[in-house]
Design a protein around this ligand. Structure first.
Ligand code: ARG
Length: 462
């Protein structure tokens, strides 16, 4: 918590001191100090540009560079005195700079405003967080690929309506999660293109009368280009909403993945083992091993979606250009980035240790007449119309239900009661192995196809 003392952000305009509670209420330093390094980076670029256009002397620039280096050190060592009366990260750093170097510190704010400064800081901050999030996304993708490779031949039931539908391979199922993460990464990269445009130079809202060189600052800060319109530059938070929307989709994917893990780890399914290191016990029931990590991530998806809605509501009533409302964008953004990084990290750490219970998966796939569609396709290949084949298979399934047998356990003679087209080769396709092996077109579940998908995914990643 920043200290509350009297060295108020001075404005000669005010005859009265700010109400003590209003001062605390309107301050953002307790949370926006998180952007200190971006704020300093932005100030350094701005100062270099001011020197180039002759507003700062070389000595003044050197003083600013040294002063900001001292401040960086003070912040890193936890010695910086954050002050609430200085309101926010920008004013705190500027005030300390002036304390350290005098007049040159007071010149730094020439030709800029906190409005373009804060917009620049957030963009620099998000650009960096996106790179951290992407690192975790890639780690998770690698972990999924490794597990999918191990489980390329493992047969499990595929579900629709959570009812057994058709057999699939566990490797194929895992690769579905991989594909979602591919799109998640693309979305973040795409959003980054719009984040990486520089608002600095828009000043308060109308630009500045100094002959600033915005191309120079953009280049120094690694932005693609300066923004086109000063009013838009200080008021736009679309990029923050996009980031949170991309983040919400990532969390929604992790939440669905989590839900499957929770179901699969239950005694009723018993498809996977989640290692002890990622579970916790119950304080009262000694037998319990709860899948806490996936459950918590499923829960955390809600807060990120909440942040998305907050930001949309934050913006919807704002006239141009900057309004103080915008100060409310920081906490949702910081929390979105933290939640994404931590959830992805936990997931990427956990996936390599998931243990597939192959026999249970296989047994479950045998339960729900998962090869019924294969039998229908078999009849179609022998010349029957699909709707007639559907009917024949319905009768065979009914017999299976009544006599508690899988289709592959019904004898040839019994099957032939329903259609004389059926011959001994039917048993090749009624097996789970035959069913998955037949689906070998691109995007299919056949083990060899899954291995090929993994191979090309690895090439794409590298
Ligand atoms: N702390 C402010 C924010 O986060 C910085 C910009 C303040 N600008 C102003 N004109 N009051 O948005």
């Amino acid at each position: 918590m920043a200290t509350v003392n009297s060295d108020k952000l001075s404005s000669a305009r005010f005859a009265q001191a700010t109400d003590a509670f209003v001062e605390i209420f309107t301050a953002s330093v307790d949370f926006d100090q998180r952007m200190a390094s971006q704020d300093i980076e932005g100030s350094l670029a701005h100062a270099r540009m001011l020197c180039k256009i002759g507003i700062l002397s070389n000595t003044e620039l050197d003083d600013i560079i040294n002063g900001l280096a001292t401040i960086t050190q003070e912040i890193e060592q936890g010695e910086f005195n954050w002050s609430v009366p200085q309101e926010d990260v920008h004013m705190n750093i500027e005030a300390r700079l002036t304390e350290l170097i005098g007049i040159a510190g007071k010149k730094l704010h020439t030709g800029r405003s906190r409005n373009d400064q804060v917009a620049t800081d957030i963009r620099l901050y998000l650009r960096n967080e996106i790179s951290n999030i992407d690192t975790q996304l890639e780690r998770l993708q690698q972990a999924i690929l490794d597990l999918a490779e191990k489980e390329a031949d493992t047969i499990m039931p595929g579900f629709t309506h959570l009812q057994v539908a058709q057999p699939v391979t566990f490797g194929h199922h895992l690769m579905a999660w991989f594909e979602m993460l591919v799109r998640d990464r693309e979305r973040l990269q795409d959003c980054c293109k719009r984040i990486n445009i520089m608002p600095l130079g828009a000043a308060a809202l109308a630009g500045t009368s100094y002959p600033i060189d915005r191309y120079m600052t953009a280049e120094l800060l690694g932005f693609t280009r300066p923004s086109n319109n000063s009013l838009d530059s200080v008021s736009d938070r679309d990029f923050a909403i996009e980031f949170t929307a991309a983040g919400s989709l990532i969390m929604m994917h992790l939440s669905r993945f989590s839900e499957e893990l929770v179901i699969w780890a239950s005694a009723q399914f018993d498809f996977i083992d989640i290692p002890d290191a990622f579970c916790t016990g119950s304080s009262i029931m000694p037998q319990k091993k709860n899948p806490d990590v996936p459950e918590l991530i499923r829960g955390k998806s809600g807060r990120v979606t909440g942040h998305l809605v907050s930001l949309l509501m934050l913006m919807k009533g704002q006239p141009l250009a900057y309004n103080k409302d915008n100060q409310e964008d920081k906490e949702p953004l910081f929390d979105t980035a933290d939640t994404l990084i931590n959830s992805l990290r936990a997931f990427a750490d956990m996936v390599p240790h998931l243990g597939a219970k192959r026999e249970n998966m296989y047994h479950a796939a045998k339960q729900g007449f998962a090869t019924a569609t294969d039998l229908a396709d078999y009849l179609v290949r022998k010349g029957m119309a699909f709707r007639d084949a559907h009917e024949v298979v319905g009768l065979a399934v009914r017999l299976g239900v009544e006599s508690r047998r899988d289709l592959s356990e019904i004898s040839l003679q019994e099957l032939q009661q329903f259609s004389s087209t059926i011959s001994a080769d039917v048993f090749d396709i009624l097996s789970l192995e035959g069913s998955v092996a037949a689906r070998k077109h691109i995007g299919g579940t056949a083990p060899d196809t899954v291995r090929a998908a993994i191979k090309s995914a690895r090439e794409e990643l590298n």
